[in-house]
Design a protein around this ligand. Sequence first.
Ligand SMILES: [Zn+2]
Length: 94
Amino acid sequence: MSYKFVSSPNRGDFTLRDYPAVCPECHISTTPNYNSTAFSKDKQKLYAFLTCPNPQCDKSYVAEYDIYCVAANFRRIVTGSPKGETFPDPRSFF
Ligand SMILES: [Zn+2]
């Protein structure tokens, strides 16, 4: 388990608990390089911008953390979600 101290002018100091164990792009087990963080509007989540240290990969990705007091616990890698299908209202057929 790896830790990273993050300082935020608005929120004070945080500890990121754990990094994603595997790069989501090249799937190699590694400790990513930390770039920066952003907070959700409600300040309940923290997003860490990370880069894969594998030189053949070198891709960046975002990890989501839940904030508990001064700790931020790794939750998931942000992958987005596909737009849902939209169907016409069946009542419009009559
Ligand atoms: Zn990678």
